[in-house]
Write a protein that binds this ligand. Sequence first.
Ligand SMILES: [Zn+2]
Length: 347
Amino acid sequence: MNTRRTFIKFLSFFGALIVPWTILPQKWSQSLSLLAGKPSIKLDIAQAEGADGSDRIATEILGKKGFEDIQALCQVDMQGRRAGTIGQTRALVYLGEQVRELQLESFGDENYLQTFAIPVMEERVINGRALFRPKQVNAASVLAANLLAGIKGMNQNETIIISAHYDHLGMYQGELHRGANDNASGVGCILEVMRRLVQESLAGATPRVNVVAAFWGAEEMGFLGSKYFVKNPTIPLSNIKTVINFDTIAAGSKEEFIFWTPKDNPLTEIINNVVQRNGAKIEKDDGKGHKSDDSSFLDTQISAITVLSREWLWNNHTPEDDITVINQEKLELACDILYDVVKELAY
Ligand SMILES: [Zn+2]
């Protein structure tokens, strides 16, 4: 509760700072201007449903593509979505709008959020890549958040999670790092797949188990969002069978993917088959010391895996990771693969 209250204050504070000069579309500035005043964030993030005031989901929402999400998340206004900044808040407002418009169930608090504190970070460039390191390991004093939204299944005691981190580096050593591939691409993929599933559930196809989209915060600072979730699960860990994480998925040649997983994993065969069926290739990769949010689940019973583009490191953690690196055909293929995997596992 305390955490939540602090987060609302945090949102209000930043809202007050940005409203006077905001160049956001009108819908956004209205939504963000609410952050500056008295109303709780329930009004901002949660009140985006049905533009015409009805509870019907508009067809243009269901047909929205992952590429449009990437474009939105890479706008200058998002400031590179660095955890603990106004860019993070704007990304959360955007994600909140998307899941609210799809009328997804919350698997976090009433605003779909799970808030947590992160330490103050220091900027470092190692091997040409910009990275964060904590300044003081135990001084967690900045707020960040995960966002969790999904479709309830017939058996609500079983859940599969599809996930992507939405944060990136932000303004870093004076340059804007937008993180189009890392990881607006993963977020776009998850949202597009959720839209397809919602469309089907409107036509009567209820999943066998819960399908939850998790958008992790503060991944770039050491997987802090997913680690926090594992320590403070909003869904009992024993109910979660699978976490399929998408990270830096849409740059490079269309058909080539890799995956990282911290242990032997029954998912790899299913994913392999689906990838082949879609005319693509995927291989296990040891990551060479690189990790993603799947690693936070290492000490649980959950099968967790991260799927990436083979060329995930291309322009990674540089200002050049912008919208021009996105291969739209690859993005669509990644969406198809994730969609097929979810259909196999949850329907
Ligand atoms: Zn990254």
